[in-house]
Design a protein around this ligand. Structure first.
Ligand code: SF4
Length: 735
């Protein structure tokens, strides 16, 4: 157990993040200083017209940024310091947006494949030729197989309201299969939701008011680097920082108490904490009596679990958990920041549910600066998504396809999703996503993409690994080449994304492309004639209380607006939770119906692994790394310098296997193999190896065309149809 109290370590995290951003920003030759110490070349870049846009990556921070534009060209980017959340400095990734926008490998014109899929042979064509091919193919597929044979594949490459959801108008109108975008958070949505009735938690800007911040399975330095200042503020006022994570993240190293359990044993850790709380009468009896159902069953369940089993399963000692529980039990305002990786496990929903029950035992759901921050989606769901996405254009019922299931859903014969049969897919449209980097069990996905009877369209800015398997490649604009807005899923803001520059080359913004595709298909609906500003107005045309008075004009003027949402969540001011019983549910019928223990289910992932995998020696974890957002930024020069192909190995394991830092290593299991460079470190415990998630295959210098997802399981989580990447076991050897 780590027990460090020096707050300045947290400052160190912020400092290194800024240092990283500067490294990314400024090539050495740009740092010529004049005699006043000013950086003249950077000052020159900062001149020009200022435009405001938000980072539309899948990142909790949602930085608002200011762009300098000169002669129609973006020249400089910095944080919009008017917004405290962002401050003056985005992260290393955001600071590369000029280079990202003008990257030498931007796709600037349409191309058609002239060799085998994957042979990288293309011919440049005009947009008119591209439209001819696309319209002909679309009509052919519909005629021959029906419109459900068309499947969009997209996720969070562009998180703008229009950039992410505008294309749904086209797919709704054409009647394609509906993509269920469940890869990321859904098991946790069910787990936390089964207790709270919602995943919405407190406003992160109230973190400075809590007296205990618990980082549980979350890596702030990757997923919320700007949130560290809020934790620092809380700590300045005396708050304790606790951390639970099988990966020792920077916050873990600097927490007051850090627990490093075995992967996905978190329900057992929470049970241990609750045992201590119950034994020392640190539970909130009034809250349990007045606001919860199932408290007696939960207490009985916790008491039935033996400390010896908790120690065996978690790898932690009773003393370690009790020290943690004592700090947690004495705090009065506790915010848990729960990560997403933890729930990407076969027991993801059940595990996260136990953490929510633990928080309920302390009564942390009915007052400000308390609760669980997991998926604060109300700034997004409060918009009029039905209107913006054109759900009214959908006629009849289309089949759903879970995006996490591409290994099964794209098969030529007997395709399935979530274990149910579906009609085969013959036209796949990839945009805002890179399935060859992101999909679990990716070797099977690639075999499917190679199908001769599957026409694949790729609409992207750069040549991703997925585009290698496309028949038609179309140039997409960046988020900065059109108008949009964005709602947070962490903080409580809605923000502007002004068009910064005109589309580069022959590229088209997402909406322009899909609207034109619709018009060229002959659709007369007004939906395909709406401009981005029309659609923004439609997203904002809502009865949602916290969107009242928010207009495009106001956003254009103010750039960002803090949403006035009810504070006391999930037990709202009227004393009711959004559950079936209107109480916090420590006993859940939802879990019972799913076949799980309705109180606390302590199942472990290994129990559900196939025989050939469950006894492999290493558990593979593949979380995010600070220099990437999922599969984004792999082509950017300054970012590329940060290695996304390290395999972290504990010194004990490394010694036994004769592996040193810098050695090339091979990971393998029944799904495939992948090559990395070893880093020997105590950041992972014995029996665990860690690589980066969603890394590209084509840029792996240690084993071309292998990546982390060559190894990961395609089986889904216990609830929600989410990816279960971390329920993967592997062999490790020196290559
Ligand atoms: S990736 Fe996150 S931290 Fe970086 S600029 Fe974008 S929103 Fe900000």
């Amino acid at each position: 157990m780590m027990k460090l109290t020096r707050r300045y370590f947290l400052q160190g995290i912020g400092a290194s993040a800024v240092l990283g951003t500067l490294t990314g920003l400024a090539p050495t030759k740009a740092l010529a200083m004049n005699s006043y110490g000013a950086n003249t070349s950077l000052l020159a870049k900062r001149a020009g017209t200022i435009k405001y846009s938000s980072c539309l990556r899948n990142c909790a921070d949602r930085c608002l940024m200011k762009f300098s534009v000169q002669n129609g060209r973006m020249t400089y980017v910095r944080g919009a310091d008017e917004q405290y959340k962002t401050g003056s400095c985005p992260c290393v990734k955001g600071l590369t947006y000029v280079e990202y926008t003008y990257a030498p490998d931007r796709i600037l014109h349409p191309m058609v494949r002239v060799g085998e899929k994957g042979s990288h042979k293309w011919r440049r064509i005009t947009w008119e030729e591209a439209w001819d091919i696309l319209i002909k193919k679309t009509n052919e597929v519909i005629e021959q197989y029906g419109s459900e044979a068309i499947l969009p594949y997209s996720y969070s490459g562009n998180y703008g309201a229009i950039g992410m959801r505008g294309a749904d108008r086209f797919f709704n109108r054409i009647g394609s299969s509906i993509l269920d975008r469940l890869v990321c958070t859904e098991a946790g949505v069910w787990g936390y939701g089964s207790v709270q009735g919602t995943t919405d938690g407190p406003d992160p800007e109230t973190i400075p008011n809590c007296d205990c911040y618990v980082s549980w399975g979350f890596n702030e330095t990757v997923s919320n680097v700007h949130g560290i200042k809020l934790i620092n503020e809380a700590r300045d006022k005396g708050a304790k920082v606790l951390a639970v994570n099988p990966n020792r993240t920077p916050i873990c190293s600097q927490a007051d108490i850090y627990l490093q359990p075995k992967p996905s044993t978190d329900a057992w850790v929470a049970t241990g904490v609750m045992k201590y709380l119950i034994a020392h009468d640190m539970i909130d009896h009034d809250f349990l009596k007045n606001c919860c159902i199932g408290a007696d069953q939960a207490i009985a369940k916790v008491n039935s679990v033996d400390w010896k089993d908790i120690e065996r399963v978690t790898g932690l000692t009773q003393k370690q958990i009790e020290e943690f529980a004592d700090v947690y039990g004495h705090a009065e305002r506790i915010i848990i920041r729960a990560g997403y990786g933890m729930q990407r496990n076969y027991n993801g929903a059940r595990m996260t549910r136990a953490i929510a029950i633990m928080q309920a035992m302390r009564g942390m759901f009915d007052k400000p600066s308390c609760g669980i921050i997991y998926d604060n989606v109300r700034p997004i769901t409060g918009m009029n998504l039905n209107l913006g996405r054109g759900n009214y254009l959908r006629k009849g019922k289309q089949q759903h396809v879970n995006m996490t299931d591409l290994d099964m859903a794209l098969k030529a014969e007997n395709p399935t999703t979530e274990n149910r049969p579906i009609k085969p897919i013959h036209l796949l449209v990839i945009y805002n996503g890179n399935p060859v980097a992101v999909s679990p069990n990716v070797n099977a996905v690639i075999e499917n993409l190679k199908r001769k009877d599957l026409f694949v369209v790729g609409f992207d800015m750069i040549m991703t690994d997925s585009l290698e398997y496309c028949d038609l490649i179309l140039p997409a604009s960046t988020q900065f080449e059109t108008d949009d807005i964005i709602g947070d899923y962490h903080s409580w803001y809605v923000q502007i994304c002004e068009k910064v520059i005109e589309p580069v080359g022959e590229s088209k913004p997402n909406w322009d492309f899909f609207a034109e595709w619709g018009r060229r298909m002959g659709f007369k609906d007004q939906a395909f004639r709406d401009t981005p500003k029309d659609i923004i107005r439609q997203f904002l045309q809502t009865e949602t209380p916290w969107y009242q008075g928010i207009t495009l004009e106001r956003l254009e003027k103010e750039k960002f607006i803090h949403l006035d949402m009810p504070e006391s969540v999930p037990v709202r001011s009227g004393g009711k939770a959004e559950t079936e019983s209107s109480k916090i549910e420590l006993y859940s019928n939802i879990m019972k119906k799913a076949g799980f223990d309705p109180v606390i289910d302590l199942a472990l992932c290994e129990e559900e692994m196939p025989e050939e995998e469950k006894n492999l020696p290493f558990r593979l974890l593949s979380p995010g790394i600070p220099q990437r957002v999922n599969s984004s930024f792999y082509n950017v020069k300054y970012i590329r310098a940060y290695n996304a192909y390290e395999c972290e190995v504990n010194p004990e394991d490394a010694k036994r296997l004769g592996i040193k830092s810098g050695d090339k290593v091979r990971l393998n299991n029944q799904r495939g193999e992948a090559f990395f460079v070893a880093r020997v470190t105590t950041r992972v415990a014995p029996g665990v190896v860690r690589t980066a998630k969603c890394n590209w295959r084509s840029t792996n210098p240690y084993g071309q065309n292998t990546n982390t997802n060559s190894l990961t399981t395609g089986k889904l989580t216990d609830m929600g149809g989410c990816s279960a990447y971390h329920s993967t076991r592997v062999n490790l050897s020196k290559a």
